[in-house]
Design a protein around this ligand. Structure first.
Ligand code: ADP
Ligand code: ADP
Ligand code: MG
Length: 455
């Protein structure tokens, strides 16, 4: 097994990776920016080193410094977590060249699936349903408009290199198209350094359903069922659950096979996610593949009992999968709430600051993944997600009640978070009935924010 792993990330995911490494008897090296000197991941790792200033381009994205540290500290592998360098093909390639194992798929696969338009094309070739959309190059905004007319409004303009819900615009009418295209494209240029765009039919009132897949070096590919990630704000997930109320066992089996086929199409290795939107009629369409561990992976871990980080490490060490598809069973129902340092009353504006008081709930079926502690200062430099609550119940109702209880018990004083918003969503009749699509938060925002003000 690997002796020492460098964790090229921060926050709750760095903490979560370090925990599994130590359970496996693997030593860890944490890297941190000057803003994260006292962060939890730094305290938990066996060794740690500062790699640059707060700005992530100079620290957590500083490939040269990270590789130098990995080599100097004698690390045999690097775990990139999610975000940052996790889907950076250059980084994966340089790791390979330096003889350090990148815990994830090969740089070629990252490159292929990282371009969402290219991934779409590959899936089409393999007969996997994709959202109707543009497959040709878009020369300029008027050309885009022509294509959009062929597809038929409403459409969704998307960036090929997009991620985190950025570089996307919904367009309902022809006359809005040019402006929307231009602004989505400039957002893509600024955020991803790539302004290639594509256009998809906008699926109305869809559910976001994704499948976790696990693939080893020997061609074994298994799916670990779905996650329903339809509760989103700005196309970014906020609550996830598994199993999804929207899938029948036969649809689950069918989509699971499609997900496996998608993974095989790109010769995938390691853990990954195939994302679909599912329309009101139960038609499903591939939207993208995430070639990394995902934020919401604990939901799958809770219902399957499989430690996905452990699997990532085992696969990267060329060990075969330790289970077959037949051995995967859904045990109960899991829900995750992402707690973000943001203010839902003010357009989800980030709210960094000092955590004055912290109480983390516990009890049966409760898991909390976080980098927070009392006195911790949430930095304005990084993502606003600071804590994840994951609960497991014997069924959905039990999980839902457990999550409400945990949200009542959780205390984070000093900073504003979306905790109350989460609480009111968990009490909303449509959420309780499983009657929700990706527009849920937007459609109910006034009511939910009203409830926060009244409290
Ligand atoms: P998930 O499906 O795991 O929730 P997200 O797309 O929400 O995936 O991204 C996970 C994390 O990575 C989030 O913190 C998000 O802000 C960040 N992220 C994703 N893609 C990018 C990107 N292209 N550039 C910068 N950050 C990204
Ligand atoms: P990102 O890389 O930012 O995660 P995705 O392609 O996964 O981008 O899309 C993010 C979200 O946008 C999805 O979870 C879904 O809610 C919505 N979405 C994406 N494509 C479509 C579509 N064609 N129709 C309707 N909604 C979509
Ligand atoms: Mg996505």
């Amino acid at each position: 097994m690997f002796k020492k792993i460098l964790v090229a990330n921060r926050g709750e995911i760095a903490v979560r990776i370090i925990r599994t490494c130590h359970e496996l008897g693997i030593d860890t090296v944490a890297i941190y920016s000057t803003a994260d000197k006292t962060a939890l991941h730094v305290q938990l790792a066996r060794e740690s080193i500062c790699i640059g200033p707060a700005k992530s381009t100079l620290s957590y994205l500083n490939i040269k410094n990270i590789l130098e540290v990995a080599s100097n500290f004698g690390c045999d592998a690097i775990h990139p977590g999610f975000g940052f360098l996790s889907e950076n093909e250059t980084f994966a390639k340089l790791c390979e060249e330096c003889g350090i194992t990148f815990i994830g798929p090969s740089s070629e696969v990252i490159a292929l699936m990282g371009n969402k338009k290219a991934a779409r094309k590959l899936m089409l070739e393999y007969g996997i349903p994709v959202v109707p959309g543009s497959n040709q190059e878009i020369i300029d905004p008027p050309h885009g408009l022509e294509i959009a007319k062929e597809i038929g409004f409403p459409v969704l303009i998307k960036a090929s290199s997009g991620g985190g819900g950025k570089g996307m615009r919904r367009v309902f009418h022809e006359h809005e198209f040019i402006d929307a295209y231009t602004s989505a494209q400039s957002e893509a240029r600024v955020n991803f350094g790539d302004d290639e765009m594509y256009i998809e039919k906008l699926i109305m009132n869809p559910k976001h359903i994704e499948f976790q897949i696990v693939a080893d070096t020997y061609g074994h590919v298994v799916h670990l069922c779905e996650r329903d990630c339809s509760i989103q704000r700005r196309n970014q997930k906020m609550i996830e659950e598994s199993p999804s109320k929207a899938l029948t066992p036969s649809l689950r089996a069918k989509m699971g096979q499609v997900a496996i086929k998608a993974a095989k199409a790109c010769h995938y290795e390691n853990v990954g996610t195939i994302e679909f939107v599912v329309d009101q009629q139960g038609n499903y369409y591939f939207i993208e593949m995430n070639t990394r561990i995902q934020v919401e992976h604990p939901v799958t871990e809770m219902i399957t009992g499989i430690d996905l980080i452990k699997e990532q490490i085992r696969i990267a060490f060329k060990q075969p999968l330790s289970f077959t598809q037949d051995q995967i069973k859904i045990n109960g129902h899991a829900i995750e709430c992402r707690i973000n340092a943001e203010d839902p009353r003010h357009n989800f504006m980030a709210t960094p600051g000092k955590v004055e008081r912290l109480h983390l709930p516990g009890g049966m079926g409760v898991r909390i993944d976080t980098g927070l502690y009392q006195g911790y200062v949430v930095s304005p430099h990084y993502d606003s997600m600071v804590l994840k609550i994951i609960v497991l119940g014997n069924n959905r109702l039990e999980a839902l009640r457990r999550m409400r209880r945990v949200l009542e018990e959780l205390v984070i004083d000093g900073i504003t978070t979306n905790q109350e918003l989460q609480y009111f969503i968990l009490h909303h009749s449509d959420y309780i009935k499983g009657n929700f699509t990706t527009g849920f938060i937007e459609e109910n925002l006034d009511e939910l924010v009203g409830a926060i003000y009244e409290k």
